[in-house]
Design a protein around this ligand. Structure first.
Ligand code: PHB
Length: 396
């Protein structure tokens, strides 16, 4: 995997070269002027579209804000773990030991974020989780800070909403790993407490899921709605099979956390997606100037629409920049993580902050419905829950 070198100005390069020649500890002096970030994401395999969004978002932020912050040069070292936690662990180790990175970031799936957690603790460096969404993650290391979301944040809210909207019977289809189990657990608890009934539960494999056999079971159970969680990147394939099986014409609605309706893929899903109601932290149609600017800049740079995955990456690198500003460029893990606690800013998704107790993100959750605007499909927000903390934390 390529290494993104952000380039040296000739003057700095000359000074650096001179220092290497004449000073015995030049490597240390040089390292202190650079903050190295190991960005570990899936750039190949089934989750590759999410790695691409994270990489794009980080590149865009650096293009917009420059590659020097608080006197430190930012160097990104991109590594592809293909969403395999064994790779994540090996790559994180190499980055820490050989490259001496100051921060590890990215993490497209929960098992990857968990695999790196003990290494972040051991090395005492921040682990910035930009996508993975299982509640437990931030409890696995005091050096983990998350800028994405938790499945509990959105699934509790869509569970309450579904019951209020008169949906009585729900069949669930969730990806069979930790975030899918969180989504199911929190949805079920809220939906059934409000009088709803679960009529069918199916779990689909994370890798290369074939939804067709499960969709027939869903149809046969005759629910009012299907609650669906698949990780970002898989929604397009899900909706294709959903309409091929005629479920879009069966009167069964799709509801869930917003991962299945990723803005990145939504336009390709066609009219079968219309009317889908999900709860999530980001919509490309979020009506703020900050979001319009973000969407336009991303489209211009990469010729595609950003989704929630890109926003997690954009905010993750923003968090690192702002923490470095706050510490005056001091980049040891304890100082950086302390600086990140309680930080707040306006993201393209709306106002967000880092909970100082849990190091997890606090953000608005929006309920949205897929509609067509100017010939394109969007998740149009119609209800907002302000400053939602992760309901999956025992401490909250
Ligand atoms: C996860 O593996 O935690 C995960 C990945 C992608 C999502 C949500 C959760 O969209």
């Amino acid at each position: 995997m390529g290494r993104l070198r952000l380039g040296l100005t000739p003057a700095i390069a000359v000074v650096a070269l001179a220092a290497t020649n004449f000073m015995p500890f030049a490597r240390t002096a040089w390292a202190a002027d650079t903050v190295k970030i190991g960005l570990i994401v899936p750039m190949t395999g089934g989750q590759a579209s999410t790695g691409k969004q994270l990489d794009n978002a980080v590149k865009l932020y650096i293009q917009q804000h420059g590659d020097v912050v608080a006197g430190k040069k930012i160097e990104i070292i991109l590594k592809d773990d293909a969403a395999n936690p064994e790779n994540t662990k090996r790559l994180a180790q190499e980055l820490i030991v050989n490259e001496k990175v100051d921060i590890i970031a990215g993490f497209g799936i929960t098992p990857a974020a968990l695999a790196a957690a003990p290494l972040a603790t051991q090395a005492k460096i921040p682990e910035i989780v930009m996508l993975a969404g299982t509640s437990i993650i931030t409890e696995r290391s005091p050096y983990i800070v998350r800028t994405s979301f938790t499945l509990a944040q959105s699934s509790t809210i869509i569970g309450d909403w579904a019951a209020k909207a008169g949906i009585k019977k729900v069949a669930t289809l969730t990806s069979d790993y930790a975030p899918g189990n969180d989504a199911l657990k929190f949805f079920k608890a809220h939906f059934t407490a409000a009088g709803g009934e679960i009529v069918e539960e199916v779990k689909v494999p994370l890798a290369n899921p074939d939804f067709a056999p499960f969709l027939q079971r869903m149809k046969d159970s005759r629910p009012d709605a299907m609650f669906v969680f698949v990780p970002g990147g898989q929604g397009g394939n899900f909706m294709k099979q959903f309409s091929e099986r005629g479920l879009d014409r069966s009167g069964i609605r799709v509801i869930g956390p917003g991962d299945v309706m990723d803005d990145d893929l939504l336009n390709g899903m066609g009219d079968a997606a219309l009317g889908t109601v999900t709860a999530h932290m980001y919509s490309a149609a979020h009506p703020s100037q900050a979001n319009k600017d973000f969407v336009n800049a991303y489209k211009k740079a990469f010729n595609s629409r950003p989704g929630f995955v890109a926003v997690g990456g954009y905010d993750g690198i923003h968090l690192i920049y702002d923490a470095l500003k706050k510490t005056g460029g001091k980049a040891d893990g304890d100082t950086l993580v302390d600086a990140m606690k309680g930080m707040s800013w306006e993201s393209p998704r709306g106002p967000i902050s880092i909970d100082p107790e849990t190091r997890d993100i606090v953000q608005n959750i929006y309920i949205r419905k897929v509609e067509k605007l100017d010939g394109e499909l969007y998740n149009v927000e119609f209800e907002t829950f302000d400053a939602v903390k992760d309901p999956g934390k025992t401490r909250n």
